[in-house]
Design a binder for this molecule. Structure first.
Ligand SMILES: Nc1ncnc2c1ncn2[C@@H]1O[C@H](COP(=O)(O)OP(=O)(O)OP(=O)(O)O)[C@@H](O)[C@H]1O
Ligand SMILES: [Mg+2]
Length: 237
């Protein structure tokens, strides 16, 4: 069964649609990427799945239940966590306090200690720096902290927007390799402009253009497509 299904979604801002009839399916324990150029609608799609953007038509189904009109915090309660591209950490608070804030749902609060040690095991640097102010961490460390905070809500589905933003390619790759390990116990949906890394870690990829899905497939299938080769992989002919 699909953990997440987006069906015929139209959504946007102030009554104007950015997304046009978007269909997307995410199977349990897979990594799925949405790629596309600037302004193609990737963030809008993730925001709609999270409940930050109004849906004008279509449905969003999580674990078999319609969540289209639930509030964002209700979706978090059901097991969806979001790492926005801005990361939205509290720079004047410690690493550990930032992590604790991720466990604000009743379900997550019950497992707070256990989650904290899991996150520290997953990203040892966060454990070493637990008393450091979040704002003084490096870009890569802050991204790990943002992911760690999302993990504190014990999500079934982890959604990440442009995790490579502002990071050196080597750091981005290290974080992606970590996410691969996660897919044994959770499902990951991510948006990326940096498609080479998305191709490396994803089980399935959707390509967005002008608010529509224009292609989808496994990385192998897509890298055979001449459209994708010329538009995204920089390969001519
Ligand atoms: N808050 C907003 N109000 C009005 N229009 C918006 C808003 N946010 C985004 N848009 C518009 O929606 C369209 C899609 O933007 P979106 O941010 O979803 O694209 P994206 O694929 O995430 O781009 P990027 O790769 O640059 O992050 C753009 O035309 C953008 O101007
Ligand atoms: Mg975006």
């Amino acid at each position: 069964m699909d953990l997440l299904a987006v069906e015929g979604l139209r959504a946007g801002y102030k009554g104007l649609n950015v997304l046009w009839d978007v269909d997307l399916n995410v199977k349990k324990n897979t990594i799925v990427s949405v790629i596309g150029s600037n302004g193609s609608g990737k963030t809008t799609l993730l925001n709609a799945i999270m409940g930050f953007v109004e849906v004008n038509k279509g449905e969003i189904i999580f674990n078999g239940n319609k969540i289209t009109h639930l509030k964002p915090q209700e979706r978090v309660g059901l097991g969806i966590a979001y790492v926005p591209s801005e990361r939205e950490l509290f720079p004047e608070m410690t690493v550990e306090d930032n992590l604790m804030l991720g466990a604000y749902t009743p379900r997550a609060r019950k497992h707070l200690r256990e989650s904290l040690s899991q996150v520290y095991e997953f990203f040892p640097i966060l454990s070493e720096r637990r008393n450091q102010l979040a704002g003084t961490m490096s870009g890569g460390e802050q991204q790990m902290l943002a992911i760690g905070r999302a993990l504190m809500s014990r999500p079934e589905l982890l959604i990440l927007d442009e995790l490579s933003t502002g990071l050196a390619p080597a750091i981005t790759l290290r974080i992606y390799r970590k996410l691969e390990g996660l897919s044994e116990r959770m499902t990951v949906l991510l948006a990326e402009q940096n498609i080479h890394q998305a191709f490396m870690v994803s089980d399935y990829i959707y390509v967005m253009e002008n608010g529509k899905i224009i292609a989808s497939g496994s990385p192998d299938e897509l890298s055979e497509s001449s459209l994708i080769k010329s538009a995204y992989l920089g390969v001519k002919g």
